[in-house]
Design a protein around this ligand. Structure first.
Ligand SMILES: [Zn+2]
Length: 508
């Protein structure tokens, strides 16, 4: 078994700390009881940490996989990798082979609860990067869509599929169906009117005897899906802006948004209604003419968003805080329930006490605990935790106090130097004293230069907050699934008082 010291000097930064200095720091991390162990030093000089395509790194992983390694020491975690996913993969492999991991500059101790929590969070968010890998795999699929092939299964209402040549490839494209296309236009127009809710729209269509594609009844979720579908819009730059603002990955160039053609939204979580999930979606301009003008289409989108309608088709009654809420009164869990607010036909989720199921006579809090409200509150609290985490690491790695102390010492040395010079110039010294003073002056000068060097060293040793910064940013973009995972890692429970107050009990 061996201890491996791994050093890497980046290509990007010329003034970054040298491999020799890194090795020196790492050697000092070897504990007295490890002095007899074999130490292997591996250096990647002039390699970027952006990927794992480094000779030294590959050698390191090879040794680990062969079970030859007990511990890996690095100067800083970013020496190992600058990519979160590579870093997390590394940690996984280390763990698999019982390899301890130590960073000389960070307290990266995966054996403490705190370190363990940070690693767990990193794992959750590493999936963000994993997504981009999946994207590469599905590039072929994407390529088809870039050329405007229709990728849905059944034909969408209002269109039929007609044979067409797209980029010299025999294919099918959408073409408006007379009658159905007018129906689509009519649905958008009615919904855009004031005071027309989805439910009202539904009853209007049913009363008028208008049929769906398969002859079944109109439902609000069918209508909502139809109204949201950009396949009907004549996509222009405003439509581009709309999807761009929602974080949708727009495949087509903005120049393709000419105001003539429909667009297709695809990707994961197609049916999800939460805006956070839109980051997984892609939009491509198709080769068929749209039916509805962009102004009307966008007006309907704004209305749909305002209503925050939670579609019937979507099992979105759960919360990413499910299982975490505890009723303070009876101590039982609170679960989410969907309810229709009669006035506006709006569906909202709220938390309700399960005490009754346990034969407790508990009505829960006196106020309604809307899932959305408590989610927003907890979301902010976690965001604050992450920014706290960020600043904590920043200050703990900040050498400003040390640098300031060194600067003061330089000032003192300079003062001594000046005093010495004054004495020599004033002729108050004899020859012997001048010789002594010269010696002293040389020593002071050396001390001063050493202090300057030390300051430079500390300045170059910039704090590494990359991973933690990533946590904060990743949290902002986290979808339902990741929010749930983060909540389960960080939060033990949330106690809901009778007055509706919430108290978060953190895991750490
Ligand atoms: Zn209760």
């Amino acid at each position: 078994m061996a201890i491996i010291i791994y050093a890497r000097k980046s290509v990007e930064k010329e003034n970054s700390i040298s491999c020799e200095t890194q090795l020196m720091y790492c050697r000092s991390m070897i504990r007295p009881d490890e002095k007899d162990e074999k130490v292997i030093e591996i250096v990647d000089n002039g390699f970027s940490g952006g990927n794992t395509d480094r000779d030294g790194f590959q050698k390191l992983m090879h040794l680990i996989r062969r079970g030859r390694v007990s511990k890996v020491i690095v100067y800083r975690v970013d020496r190992l990798s600058r990519s979160l996913i590579d870093f997390v993969n590394c940690l996984n492999e280390f763990k698999e082979h019982n390899v301890k991991f130590v960073s000389s500059q960070e307290t990266f101790d995966t054996s403490t609860p705190y370190g363990e929590m940070v690693v767990k969070l990193l794992m959750v968010f590493a999936e963000f990067e994993r997504t981009s890998i999946i994207e590469r795999v599905t590039q072929a699929y994407e390529h088809r869509s870039e050329m405007g092939f229709y990728m849905g299964g059944r034909r969408p209402y209002g269109f039929e599929l007609v044979p067409a040549m797209i980029n010299n490839i025999k294919s099918k494209k959408l073409s408006p169906v007379v009658g159905e296309a007018e129906q689509i236009q009519y649905i958008y127009e009615v919904y855009a009117q004031e005071n027309v809710t989805l439910r009202r729209l539904q009853s209007i269509l049913i009363a008028e005897g208008r049929q769906t594609l398969d002859g079944s009844e109109w439902t609000t979720s069918k209508l909502s899906a139809l109204l949201k579908n950009p396949i009907y819009v004549r996509a222009d730059s405003n439509v581009y802006d709309y999807f761009d603002a929602h974080g949708v990955n727009i495949i087509s160039d903005v120049s393709a948004f000419t105001g003539e053609y429909g667009a297709q939204l695809y990707g994961r979580s197609k049916h999800s209604q939460t805006i956070a999930d839109w980051s997984d979606m892609k939009l491509v301009v198709m080769s068929h003419s749209g039916i509805v003008g962009s102004e009307l289409w966008l007006r309907c989108q704004r209305k749909l968003e305002q209503n925050k309608q939670i579609g019937n088709s979507c099992s979105n009654s759960t919360s990413w805080l499910a299982g975490k809420l505890i009723c303070a009164k009876c101590g039982h869990k609170m679960t989410t329930v969907k309810s229709v607010i009669n006035k506006s036909n709006e569906i909202r989720r709220y938390f309700s006490c399960t005490g009754k199921q346990h034969k407790k006579n508990c009505k829960g809090p006196k106020v309604t605990i809307y899932a959305e409200d408590i989610e927003n509150m907890v979301y902010e609290c976690i965001a604050a935790k992450f920014s706290e985490l960020k600043s904590e690491i920043r200050t703990s790695k900040n050498h400003s106090d040390e640098i300031n102390g060194l600067k003061l010492r330089i000032k003192a040395v300079e003062k001594s130097e000046a005093g010495l010079l004054d004495n020599i110039l004033s002729g108050g010294f004899n020859a012997d004293l001048v010789a002594l003073a010269n010696q002293k002056a040389t020593a002071l000068k050396r001390e001063r230069l050493e202090l300057y060097e030390k300051i430079e060293e500390l300045k170059n040793d910039a704090p590494d907050i990359k991973y933690v910064t990533d946590l904060s940013r990743s949290w902002q973009n986290a979808d339902f699934k990741r929010r749930k995972q983060v909540a389960s890692i960080m939060i033990d429970r949330i106690i809901i008082g009778e007055d509706g107050s919430a108290k978060i009990i953190w895991n750490i």
